[in-house]
Design a protein around this ligand. Structure first.
Ligand SMILES: NC(=O)c1ccc[n+]([C@@H]2O[C@H](COP(=O)([O-])OP(=O)(O)OC[C@H]3O[C@@H](n4cnc5c(N)ncnc54)[C@H](OP(=O)(O)O)[C@@H]3O)[C@@H](O)[C@H]2O)c1
Length: 194
């Protein structure tokens, strides 16, 4: 049984991925979010809900105890958040991190110039890539809400292909990454509709 900590658990993709974890796997989930009263527990036998801010190191480290995988689904001060996550993972011994970023952080989208709105995503990815964690960074295209499961993966250094991807495809990929030891470890993956 894998214990998965979801950081920023009230995010759109995190909520979809929680549903997919519960439907398709036997993982136990710890949902970490600010203002926890916004979420109701979908399965109290497998899910615990913890109120906390990723920038609160003490609360973050406490939430990491006993976990096998952290999946970060964040926004905002992402570089600082990444620094806190890496430091907390070092001090708690948690190694596996799945971190959601965005397409475009390396200027890898053909025909599109790098935009400064991506700085937070680029800088947070750099913090994680500089660490020795067993990390996978995801660089998804625009989210869509259809049922299609279709993932085209490009590695760092390759041009991004396509421009959108369904939430369901991303959630399916995140669940597989969380439950498959070594899968795409120390990689940064462009993810789009195949
Ligand atoms: N939408 C797209 O098409 C698209 C495409 C590519 C990449 N992305 C990126 O993919 C990521 C996930 O997307 P999403 O739609 O799930 O984002 P989202 O709905 O905005 O969720 C992000 C979550 O991060 C939480 N958060 C921010 N700072 C936090 C902190 N200090 N401590 C704890 N939680 C914190 C927010 O919590 P609160 O609710 O408490 O504010 C929010 O629930 C985002 O970075 C997004 O920009 C999106």
């Amino acid at each position: 049984m894998t214990n998965v900590l979801i950081l920023g658990a009230n995010g759109q993709l995190a909520r979809n991925t929680t549903r997919v974890f519960l439907r398709d796997t036997d993982a136990k989930l710890r949902l970490y979010l600010r203002r926890a009263s916004r979420l109701s527990n979908p399965d109290p036998k497998r899910v615990t809900i913890v109120e906390g801010d990723v920038l609160d190191r003490k609360a973050l480290e406490a939430a990491m105890n006993g976990q096998d995988v952290a999946y970060a689904n964040l926004s905002g001060a992402m570089k600082q958040q990444a620094e806190h996550i890496v430091a907390a993972m070092h001090s708690t011994g948690l190694k596996r991190l799945i971190f959601v970023s965005s397409m475009g952080i390396y200027g890898e989208v053909p025909g599109e110039r790098y935009r400064s709105v991506l700085d937070l995503y680029r800088d947070s990815a750099a913090v994680i890539e500089a660490s020795d964690l067993d990390s996978t960074i995801l660089r998804p295209g625009w989210f869509t809400h259809d049922d299609e499961l279709s993932c085209q993966i490009t590695q760092r250094g390759e041009p991004f292909k396509g421009h959108d991807v369904s939430l369901n495809s991303l959630s399916d990929l995140i669940a597989k990454l969380a439950l498959t030891p070594g899968m795409e470890s120390r990689r940064s993956l462009g993810v789009s509709r195949g």
